[in-house]
Design a protein. Structure first.
Length: 213
């Protein structure tokens, strides 16, 4: 499908302000199996129309089966974008509805592969002290949903489609990547046994991290 229906391109985001840091990895390392949406600050996958409108966006890494499904969905959004019989307002409204409706169609396996990495979930729960976040689930009364006393996280696929529903047909140049990928921990080191540096504590982009004692 990628060969037949898409033109592939890439850009280096190394110096963008939203990029996170994962110490101990380089471009020659292989990817390993992980959950959907892991590493959102390092990798972003955009599906664009020929006129550079964002049809769909996926932060982080995605399982091949789920990635293929999202590509098919993006093709449906492209058909809507090309439809000359509909007004822009109608297209925007349908775009948002389609994003949310897709969540009802995605299989249980997609949801199962869209759970949070532990350190990312921990970071999100700690951020709740500063105010409400769209990354967590609430009950019918608007209170935080909990399981075993811990705040329950939205599956990453749900978070992505909900955030996209609020960004109908945005030009890539105007797409707010930083807020779209804003979840989880911006810095982590899962390669301490290899790089020998040990765990770090992330400070802010552009500043050096300091060693945890």
């Amino acid at each position: 499908m990628l060969q037949r229906d898409f033109v592939l391109g890439w850009m280096n985001n190394k110096f963008e302000p939203y990029v996170g840091a994962s110490h101990g990895y380089n471009k020659r390392n292989s990817c390993i199996g992980t959950t959907n949406g892991a590493g959102p600050r390092n990798v972003q996958i955009f599906v664009l129309s020929p006129d550079l409108v964002v049809l769909h966006a996926l932060p982080g890494f995605w399982h091949p089966e789920d990635f293929a499904r999202e590509l098919w969905f993006a093709k449906e959004l492209y058909a809507l974008w090309k439809d000359g019989s509909k007004s822009r307002a109608t297209k925007d409204r349908l775009f948002s509805r389609m994003q949310l409706a897709e969540l009802r169609n995605e299989p249980k396996t997609t949801y199962a592969r869209s759970t949070w990495q532990g350190f990312d979930a921990g970071t999100e729960r700690s951020r709740l002290r500063s105010g409400a976040r769209d990354t967590v689930l609430v009950d019918e009364n608007g209170a935080l949903a909990r399981v075993g006393g811990r705040v329950k996280m939205k599956p990453i696929n749900v978070l992505v489609h909900e955030r996209m529903s609020r960004r109908p047909f945005v030009k890539f140049a105007d797409f707010d990547i930083e807020s779209f990928i804003d979840y989880g921990r911006p810095y982590y080191d899962n390669n301490a046994s290899v790089d020998g540096m040990g765990p770090h504590l992330y400070t802010k982009p552009g500043k050096k991290s300091r060693r945890m004692r």
